[in-house]
Ligand binder design. Structure first.
Ligand SMILES: O=C(O)CCC(=O)C(=O)O
Ligand SMILES: [Fe+2]
Length: 269
């Protein structure tokens, strides 16, 4: 199989816009394996947390740091995602964390405007040399609360963040000004489409009030030498044990290991 790679145009778009979408980065058979496993993975469900939005709607997510031999980790250790993150950040990366976002029909909550570096700054990363890689497991569209981004907002650098519900939200005065100047884009994705986005890109999403789930998997990488000065976790400065693109289809199927360290706390006010 011929697996995709990022092009020079993808890199230019990322620099200009703060994000790039690669359509069909993962094959339907790969998504079937990953999504199929995720829907029946008892450990993932046991470790899932609920994060409330400002209206009290709750979004389910499972978040872990170190990578194992599960199908999700093969994706996060794979050349396509790791190589893509390195091409866009122009440096060797380590894996900070991966999360499985489970926006359930009729109840999956909204995400307030934020930059991911608004959170990770507080986690002790000195530099915004970090990137999120989101792959859709089910279709993401306006009806089921897809991601919205403000194109080019990564160039504003980090803006202040306070708390909004149980989430960290960006200073709305700045967000409103940014919306007057920059384009708001709804990132509609089909399963297997991948969005790479800069940690200072402003983004949000609406609640999922549709009849369809919106599941995605987001892996986060940082420049390997951008070691946080807080926190116990080792993954953000450990070299990634990379695997070939073929690993997702050719390796025995495993769910997540219960031995991994999960984030089981919800951000509190
Ligand atoms: O999946 C979403 O709707 C947004 C999630 C997000 O922005 C985050 O987890 O930082
Ligand atoms: Fe985010």
């Amino acid at each position: 199989m011929n697996y995709k790679r990022l092009s020079e145009t993808d890199k230019k778009n990322f620099e200009e816009d703060g994000y790039v979408i690669v359509r069909g980065y993962f094959q339907p058979e790969e998504i079937d394996r990953i999504y199929g496993m995720a829907q029946h993975d008892d450990v993932l469900q046991k470790k899932a947390i609920d994060r409330g939005d400002a209206d009290g709607l709750r979004t389910k997510l499972s978040l872990w740091y170190n990578l194992d031999d599960s199908i999700y980790s093969l994706m996060a250790r794979g050349e396509r995602i790791v190589g893509g993150a390195e091409a866009l950040l122009n440096t060797e990366v380590a894996h900070f964390h991966t999360k499985l976002m489970q926006k359930e029909p009729k109840k999956g909550g909204a995400w307030e405007w934020h930059q991911d570096y608004g959170y990770w700054y507080k986690d002790g990363f000195l530099f915004p040399d970090m990137i999120s890689v989101m792959t859709a497991l089910s279709p993401a569209n306006r009806e089921n609360g897809c991601l919205q981004v403000i194109k080019g907002s990564h160039k504003m650098d980090r803006i202040n963040h306070g708390f909004s519900g149980e989430q960290v939200g960006a200073d709305m005065e700045r967000v409103e000004e940014a919306l007057k100047e920059l384009e708001l884009v709804y990132v509609e994705l089909e399963p297997g489409d991948t969005l790479f986005f800069h940690c200072n890109l402003l983004h949000r999403s609406d609640a999922n009030l549709s009849d369809h789930p919106r599941w995605s998997i987001i892996s986060v990488y940082n420049r390997i030498t951008n070691k946080p000065f807080k926190g116990e976790n080792t993954s953000s400065y450990t070299p990634i044990d990379r695997v070939a693109d073929e690993a997702i289809l050719e390796t025995e199927l495993h769910g997540i290991s219960e031995e991994l360290e999960f984030n089981e706390t919800v951000t509190k006010k």
